[in-house]
Structure formats: C-alpha cells, structure tokens
Design a protein. Structure first.
Length: 135
C-alpha cells in the first residue's frame, strides 16, 4: 500500500535577495543532504528530496527594502536531519572551509542541549539553518 501524502510537507518557498548567491549556498548544502536539483527558471530554482522540495525565488525589487530577521514574526529556521554525528561534523568542517560562520560555535555540537547534536549557521539572507544528527 502506498504511503499517504496527507500531512507530509509538499514544499517550502523562500524569497531571496540574490538568487545566484542563494542558489550557490543552498545548492551545495542541499546536495550534501541528498536533495537533487528539481526545477530552474529565470527567477527561481528548487531542489527535491522524496516528495518534498525547497524553492528559492528572486525577491522583486519593490520588496527588497523590507528586511528579514529570523527573530521577528515569520520563519525562524529550517532544520534538516543529518545522516550521523560524523555527517554533522563534516558539514561543520565544510562550512568553516567555505568561510560560513557557525552560530553558537562556542557550544558546538550541543548548542541545542546536552542530547541534541547539531550544527547551526545562516544562509546569505540570514535564515538560520540547522542540521541535526539522529539519536
């Protein structure tokens, strides 16, 4: 019997200030997580894993003056499952190699608590991203 798609996230769409920069940032991390490029068009790009996909769309100029902050009302962060603790550590190392600062680095890998092994960082639009190791 096929699994029902009810209550499974279909997609998330995020407007970004610079599509090229966001595509480069998200492309490598989503590929590391097992996503594949799904769609590309002049003002957007998406990556898919299973039945769920993430869409990044260029913000129209008339809306660029409205800034984003993850602590304001709206999206706070996206959290993804990592394959293992080693995988989380590998991603943390690659983030550093790319010059992407870790959030809460002084508490890595337990910034989320003593039993929550994860790495936290931000995308080019300051959206917080978290990759969590399974228990």
């Amino acid at each position: 019997m096929a699994q029902s798609k009810t209550n499974i996230l279909h997609h998330i769409e995020i407007n970004v200030t610079n599509l090229e920069e966001s595509a480069a940032f998200w492309g490598w991390i989503l590929t590391e997580l097992g996503f594949t490029r799904f769609q590309t068009w002049p003002d957007g790009i998406s990556w898919k894993l299973g039945d769920t996909y993430l869409v990044f769309v260029q913000t129209k100029d008339k809306y660029k003056h409205i800034s984003y902050h993850r602590c304001a009302t709206g999206l706070n962060h996206l959290a993804f499952w990592g394959k293992s603790r080693n995988f989380v550590d590998e991603i943390a190392g690659k983030l550093k190699e790319k010059g992407i600062p870790l959030l809460y680095e002084d508490r890595y890998p337990y910034a989320g608590g003593p039993s929550h092994y994860a790495v936290f960082f931000e995308d080019p639009n300051r959206i917080k991203v978290e990759i969590v190791a399974p228990d």
